[in-house]
Design a protein around this ligand. Sequence first.
Ligand SMILES: CC(C)(COP(=O)(O)OP(=O)(O)OC[C@H]1O[C@@H](n2cnc3c(N)ncnc32)[C@H](O)[C@@H]1OP(=O)(O)O)[C@@H](O)C(=O)NCCC(=O)NCCS
Length: 141
Amino acid sequence: MKVIHELSDRNIEDLHALYRAEWWIRGRSLEDTRRGVAGSQICIGVVDDASHLQGFARILTDFTFKALILDVIVAPNQRGTGLGNKIMSLVESHPELQRAKHFELYCLPEMVPFYEKHGFGTDVGDIRLMRRSKAENTVKI
Ligand SMILES: CC(C)(COP(=O)(O)OP(=O)(O)OC[C@H]1O[C@@H](n2cnc3c(N)ncnc32)[C@H](O)[C@@H]1OP(=O)(O)O)[C@@H](O)C(=O)NCCC(=O)NCCS
């Protein structure tokens, strides 16, 4: 396995295939996937010996205050082997994120234990997540 920070066209196709298997991002088109990757300040991918993407996360950040971690995903046949932990460790230790004061993410309740292992907590005081969605939007998260 090798860590990459730039995704090839084929890696983006792999990522799109991974997304399609997950209900919360199933509706994304290949073009949306490409735009999401291009619009992220940091991408972390893990590829196998054949250069196929096996794990991924992307980060939106100002490099100072916030680093929002999105789309953490591991190929189904690689889950439970430590790759998710490795990706989270790569995010936390990324040299360009060392000055960010908050790492943040959102997830379903069942994923809380996974992220707690990496120091994340649900206690954000009185802060509320607020959202305005476009009427035609089918993206769940
Ligand atoms: C979540 C995900 C990235 C974890 O990747 P993984 O490679 O299976 O994780 P690891 O093998 O590194 O396991 C990490 C730890 O989290 C735990 N864990 C893994 N998946 C979990 C889950 N769904 N719920 C709770 N804990 C989980 C493991 O038991 C392991 O615990 P340990 O460190 O004490 O042994 C992977 O299951 C995945 O891609 N899921 C679908 C996409 C998704 O839901 N992403 C999260 C978006 S918020």
